[in-house]
Design a protein around this ligand. Structure first.
Ligand code: HEC
Length: 250
């Protein structure tokens, strides 16, 4: 059997190899170079499939995609100070940038936190409803719809901390029913929303001044809802009440 295979190889392959040996050198080299070059497209395809880029792979039609421009912090020889970003022209103020009413815009009256709402605002039912809507949109993800600091983001972050994903760390959102927060004046709450506090970010850029005050009013209503004096409600005795240990706030 082995003999037969050897015989076949000798008969078929030998003459072929003999012929190959006689090929001119330049043909051999051409074949080698073409074979090597043939792997380049494969390598490029492999690279394209395994790498990431935010640019189109092939960009034949340029349209106006590439234009001369200056990006932030770039140098520009046109100006004496060499900066492309120009400082604000002296003496100008941006629209909405003028703080002439510290009570309304900063929650500050005579260098202390305002204890009253700014006179420009009417705190009525519609105002509270507006505050409730804004609170549920902007604050409840962390502080919870009831303000107890138990929002969905809080739960999710705790999960991530437990599983150690990406080295997550998390500072719990404050329970807005804590005494320290309940004792805060409206001006201080307004300032917390406007400028943020410690790890909590600022909301001035997302929520208008008026709406920030509406949220403050709603927080006060939420706090009141947890330990209101029954005497403040007419006919309180006729309203069914939970006993003290029924339904805890946690
Ligand atoms: C992304 C989560 C998150 C959102 C959204 C958020 N907060 Fe907070 N908030 C926090 C955290 C965290 C703290 C505690 C910060 C700390 O102690 O470092 C906090 C603290 C507070 C405090 C306590 C401030 C103090 O003096 O201790 C108030 C009041 C508050 N938030 C109100 C709000 C209001 C109102 C909104 C909506 C406009 C809001 N927060 C939205 C995370 C959030």
């Amino acid at each position: 059997m082995g003999q037969l295979v050897k015989q076949i190889i000798d008969d078929l392959a030998k003459p072929f190899l003999e012929d190959l040996k006689e090929l001119p050198l330049w043909i051999k080299w051409t074949v080698i170079v073409i074979t090597c070059a043939a792997t380049i497209p494969l390598a490029l395809i492999f690279r394209a499939r395994t790498s990431f880029s935010d640019k189109p792979r092939i960009h034949f039609i340029q349209n106006m995609d590439n234009q001369p421009k200056y990006v932030s912090q770039e140098a520009n020889a046109l100006f004496l100070d060499g900066r492309a970003m120009r400082p604000r022209v002296e003496g100008t103020i941006p629209r909405n940038g003028m703080v002439n009413d510290t009570h309304l815009y900063m929650g500050v009256v005579d260098d202390a936190w305002a204890t009253e709402y700014p006179s420009a605002l009417t705190v009525d039912h519609a105002f509270l409803v507006r505050g409730q809507g804004r609170f549920n949109i902007y604050c409840s993800p962390c502080h919870g719809v009831g303000g107890f600091g138990d929002g969905l983001v809080h739960h999710r972050a705790n999960q991530l901390v437990e599983t150690g994903v990406n080295g997550t760390t998390w500072v719990a959102p404050k329970n807005l029913h804590e005494d320290v927060i309940k004792e805060q004046q409206v001006g201080e709450l307004f300032n917390t929303i406007t400028n943020g506090v410690r790890t909590m970010s600022a909301y001035a850029s997302q929520i208008t001044t008026q709406d920030r005050w509406a949220i403050v009013a709603y927080i006060k209503a939420l706090q009141l809802s947890q330990d209101a004096d029954p005497a403040s409600v007419a006919n309180a005795d006729a309203i069914p009440r939970k006993s003290a240990n029924e339904g805890s706030s946690e």
